[in-house]
Design a protein around this ligand. Sequence first.
Ligand code: PDD
Length: 286
Amino acid sequence: MADIVHLNGKLMPIEEAYVPVLDRGFIFGDGVYEVIPVYGKRPFRMAEHLRRLQCSLDKTGIRNPHSDSEWIRLVGEIIERNGGSDQSVYLQVTRGVAKRDHAFPKDIRPTVFLMSNPLVTPSPAAIEAGVACVSAEDYRWLNCDIKSVSLLGNCMLRQRSAEAGATETILFRDGKLTEASSSNVFVVKDGVLYCPPKDHLILPGITYDVVIEIARSREFQLEVRPVSEAEVRNADEIWVTSSTKEVLAVTTLDGKPVGDGHPGPLFRRMHALYQEFKREQMRPAA
Ligand code: PDD
């Protein structure tokens, strides 16, 4: 089926979607985005994604061009037009088109773009065996809570793991765990689950919130507090989470086994609970 995208109020085949070269998204990376997983044609945690979108827009001073009900309609439309049951909807808002000048131009219309791709979650083999990660110093800017399309730092850091044949790059800033290049990170030690708090150094992941919600409701021992690099390197388990990876076990970090080198018992439990949570939320019995 043809990829149908939305650009500034119109649906069109992706090959016909163009933005002017003076779009500030192109010139400055001046825009924000969301990636929303869709299960059984239903967007997962839509309200939370729209809330985070509003935060990113507020922090960057970009006008939200749509109300929540309009966004829900636009996302629904893109899901319908792209057919598949499980999709990953990408939506992006840039500040708009204007003569190049760093300062924000007044009265310009934000550019709105939505597309959908088939949702590719980790393979059964990756869930069973876990994945490799490498680590790096987190040299990104200090507004990582904004879901900005300015992702050069993230892309350069991700490239390091790609070149090592690994799945993610886990990041440390000043000896503390932040997140990974496109995921959040949890660690387990002696049966306790740890993750860094939501602040300006990490993206407030929607999946991170779901994992914490499940952990609290199922009485996992959980501590949300700064996690040191040494704690990550000595962890029994490491997990990465994101809308597309869901919850995934990391079984080697920089070539060294994590714990016994296999996905741990807390991961297996959380992975099963996450799947159950999705089923309950997304596919209620007809
Ligand atoms: N990435 N941290 C970063 C830097 C991310 O880019 C992402 C998501 C996450 C996890 O957030 P969530 O659980 O809301 O997906 C954490 C998306 C999937 C992407 O850029 O494709």
